[in-house]
Design a protein around this ligand. Structure first.
Ligand code: GAF
Length: 387
């Protein structure tokens, strides 16, 4: 893979001041709960986006990526979210959002120009949050180079603003939180209402378990279509039930919700309410019995996403079912859905059998061959090296 330093040399003919990197994520449980003020339990993965940056003195930000031949150049002072599109909307959207924060804190004089080159091994469009990985790598780099001194949660919110406003995807804060707060061998428990973050030990390797990613290769995009509709359904459910967000509801409220809401909106609400419970149950199970005890909760989450939230696709349902038949302890869609990837919790000793069974099952149904690979819970965004 071309490194960001090599990409920097190719695009700008110079050596960077340093490189910063941030990981993608998988979500263990807690899907479509983040924008409902709910609970999520993702972890940062050992696939990262790296960003090589050199400060310049001409007041421009130039961005390059190994995924595209174009170099996009914008004056820092005239950055606006409106004109941004394509891949460069992610790094430039973050630069814009950080500039807004800097201006609000009276730090506008620190906003220097820079040349920024991006390289990544986070698969794009697989539901592993390649977008948050770019955003967070750029955010930690500019936070340091611009001397803004922002806390990680402030960076999370700036990255979310970039994605919501500059990219146009109405996403929550789960992915950026996983990418910024990740810790090796731990999941990140985030309460999206209080924004409190705790790390939760996973102990996968000690239990002889691995996380298998099964990328369906069915592409998804959250700036369009189903994601927005699901979010709108959740907001409608909250409004019709007279609560600010669905976090205010518990399972005891579901009979009333069923009586008041349309069938579709009720099922969306039931997913969110029960998914928050599954996050809490998963954290409890990890703390008492360890990772072998969370398989059924993953399966319950998948069934709820498939039947109530309706965000799965046939390729993922087959992968989940067959992985479990072949010996996985649990499996579920991960990420926003409508394609992307599922994960399976597999005994490492059964990895080859499970991977072969899933590949064969999809092939026998004339479905696209999945990309199957392992991920390990890893550390979050960081400054990698001084140039
Ligand atoms: C995507 C979004 F970016 C997250 O904020 C979250 O809503 C997720 O889908 C679904 O849980 O990854």
């Amino acid at each position: 893979m071309t490194t960001s330093v090599e990409a920097h040399a190719a695009a700008f003919g110079s050596y960077p001041d340093g490189t910063w990197s941030a990981p993608g994520r998988v979500n263990l449980v807690g899907e479509h709960t983040d924008y409902n003020d709910g609970l999520v339990l993702p972890f940062a993965i050992d696939r990262r986006t790296e960003c090589a940056v050199k400060v310049t003195d001409d007041g421009s930000i130039r961005v390059a990526s190994t995924h595209s031949p174009e170099v996009v150049c914008v004056k820092v002072a005239s950055l606006t979210p409106d004109g941004l599109d394509g891949w460069s909307a992610y790094p430039l959207g973050v630069a814009w959002a950080l500039r807004e924060v800097a201006v609000s804190k009276g730090l506008a004089d620190r906003l220097l120009g820079c040349d920024l080159a991006i390289a990544s091994d986070v698969p794009i469009g697989a539901g592993l949050s390649s977008s948050a990985a770019i955003e967070c790598a750029v955010a930690v780099a500019l936070n340091e180079l611009w001397g803004l001194g922002l806390e990680p949660m402030e960076l999370v919110l700036a990255c979310q603003r970039a994605e919501n406003v500059a990219v146009g995807a109405p996403t929550g804060i789960m992915d950026q939180t996983a990418s910024l707060f990740g810790v090796e061998d731990h999941a990140v428990l985030l309460d999206c209402q209080s924004r409190e973050v705790q790390t939760v030990e996973l102990g996968l390797a000690a239990a002889g378990l691995s996380i298998m990613v099964m990328d369906s290769k069915v592409e998804h995009a959250h700036a369009t279509g189903g994601y927005k509709e699901r979010r709108a359904d959740c907001e409608r459910g909250a409004t019709e039930l007279g609560v600010a967000t669905l976090r205010a509801l518990s399972p005891a409220d579901l009979p009333r919700a069923k009586a008041v809401l349309s069938d579709r909106v009720f099922r969306r609400v039931r997913h969110v309410v029960t998914e928050n419970e599954r996050v809490l149950d998963t954290v409890r199970a990890l703390g008492t019995l360890g990772p072998t005890a969370i398989g059924d909760l993953m399966l319950g989450s998948h069934a709820s996403m498939r039947d109530d939230f309706e965000i799965s696709v046939p390729e993922i349902d087959v992968a989940v079912d067959v992985a479990v038949e072949a010996g996985a302890l649990g499996a579920r869609l991960t990420g926003g859905g409508f394609g992307g990837a599922s994960i399976a919790l597999v005994p490492t000793a059964k990895w080859d059998d499970i991977a072969a069974a899933v590949t064969e099952a999809l092939d026998s149904r004339s479905m696209q061959a999945p990309h199957i690979f392992g991920v390990r819970p890893s550390d979050g965004a960081r400054h990698d090296e001084q140039g």
